[in-house]
Structures are given as C-alpha cells and as structure tokens.
Design a protein around this ligand. Structure first.
Ligand SMILES: [Ca+2]
Ligand SMILES: [Ca+2]
Ligand SMILES: [Ca+2]
Length: 255
C-alpha cells in the first residue's frame, strides 16, 4: 500500500480540485442537502461494539446529522460510548465511497455534547481520543494531553484538555442552526488537522499525505495517560462520550 501512496495522492488531489471547480467539494453545511456523495458528515458505522440499537445505544445517531444543543445544553441526538475497554468504549465511522484529504486548516470536526455549567467557565465534559486510519486496522491518534496540575484528578476546565474531542459545546444543528461545520465559532465542536499528527511517524506521514478513510472515537477514561500510567480521570457523573456526528472538510471519491 505504501508504494502506491503517492500515485493515489496525486489522483485524489486532482479529483478534489476538479470537484471544487464544479462547486461540489464540501466545506459547508450546504453540502448536506446536495446528495449522499457530497454529505460532509460520516455516514457509515463501521464498528460500535456497545450498540444496543435503541436510544443512546443506536449508533445511527452518530451518522444521522449533527443536532447540537448550543452552549448550555447537550444534544440528545447521540450514540453513547461507555467505559468498558474494548467492549463499548469506541466507535468507528467512515464516509461512504469517499476518503478524507488533508487540506488547509482543520480537516475533521467531532461533535459530542459538552455544555457549559451555568454561568461558570466549567463545562460538563466527557473527553474522547480521536484516531484515523486508511485501512481500519492501523490507527494514528491525534496528539492530546491533559495538562492539569494533578493529572490524576478530574477537572471540568475545557482549557486543560488539549487535543481531545468532547470539549467544545456544539452550536451546529442541521434542523435549527445549519451553519458551516468548519466555522468553529458558529458550529462549535472540536477540530482536528492531519498536519498535527505526530512527526517522524511513518504511518502518520502517509495519512498526512494521502488522507484517511476511517475515524475512531474512544473514551479517554479507558485509556492510559502516558503522563500518569493510569487512565484519564473523568467526571464522576459521566458515563461515556456521546457522539452526535463527525464532519470532514476535504472529501474525494475513493477509487
Ligand atoms: Ca489540514
Ligand atoms: Ca457527553
Ligand atoms: Ca446525530
């Protein structure tokens, strides 16, 4: 696969440019209504081991459009992850017939359902770790760090959770506030840029150059923090990140 990478990359970029010229490349919510090939949100559930099929256990809620509740309310149009490692703590999505390219700025936005608590600067958070893959098997995590003075203790301060999803409230709502998903002030959510993948990592270099097909979202609370050797702490009343949807900025047909 690696030897074919540069060829694939060139043809994909050429295709994206031609789609953009035709006005079909998506960077705005307007693409949502333009048909399945131009939808910006991931539309296919690849793996959801915690799925029950009903309520917050229905993984289709993570691919059916984003319905944020604004700064002070969490969306209920979500699929909830849990805290059982490998059992219900992750979700894998993709975009049917397309792959996600690296373009200027953020390439991916994850919409969970955090919300600000009252008039405070604190928020109800359930941090998640985001990874991408070209084959659904080999994953590269976006860099993340919990920078609290005591990283074994949970703090509801969004500024301490760097590079996680589930941190920024979601204003984008396809029914009531259909703003461009990559206008971060308008849309909220947590953005990720392939240029931020680890440098000097061969797989990260491939993903940065050629883009990815699969995105994985995983409860931080089941993952060891390398700074402490124990799992990231979580709000005592949290039960797992709730995924409303994931948007991509630079989609190309996947030959
Ligand atoms: Ca980028
Ligand atoms: Ca949540
Ligand atoms: Ca949703």
């Amino acid at each position: 696969m690696e030897e074919q990478g540069s060829t694939r990359s060139r043809s994909s970029v050429a295709t994206w440019i031609s789609l953009a010229a035709a006005g079909l490349a998506c960077g705005a919510a307007a693409c949502e209504s333009a048909g399945s090939l131009t939808r910006v949100v991931a539309d296919t559930v690849v793996a959801a081991p915690g799925a029950t099929g009903a309520g917050f256990g229905d993984p289709q809620k993570a691919v059916n459009g984003v319905r944020g509740g604004g700064d002070s309310a969490g969306s209920t149009d979500v699929f909830s992850l849990g805290y059982v490692a490998g059992g219900n703590d992750f979700l894998v999505l993709r975009w049917s017939g397309r792959r996600v390219q690296n373009g200027p700025g953020a390439d991916l936005a994850v919409f969970e359902n955090p919300f600000v608590i009252g008039n405070s600067s604190a928020a109800f958070l359930d941090p998640a770790i985001v990874s991408v893959s070209s084959d659904g098997t080999t994953w590269v995590e976006f860099p993340h760090a919990y920078v609290a003075s005591d990283p074994t203790k949970y703090q509801a301060d969004p500024s301490l959770w760097k590079g996680f999803a589930g941190i920024t409230p979601v204003r984008w709502n396809v029914d009531t506030n259909d703003v461009p998903p990559f206008d971060q002030h308008a849309a909220g959510g947590d953005e990720f840029d392939l240029d931020d993948l680890p440098q000097g990592d061969a797989e990260a270099d491939i993903l940065r150059r050629d883009g990815f097909r699969f995105v994985r979202i995983q409860s931080a609370a089941t993952q060891a923090n390398p700074d402490t050797g124990v799992p990231y702490p979580h709000d005592p009343s949290a039960t797992g990140p709730d995924i409303d949807g994931v948007a991509a900025r630079y989609l190309v047909p996947d030959q």
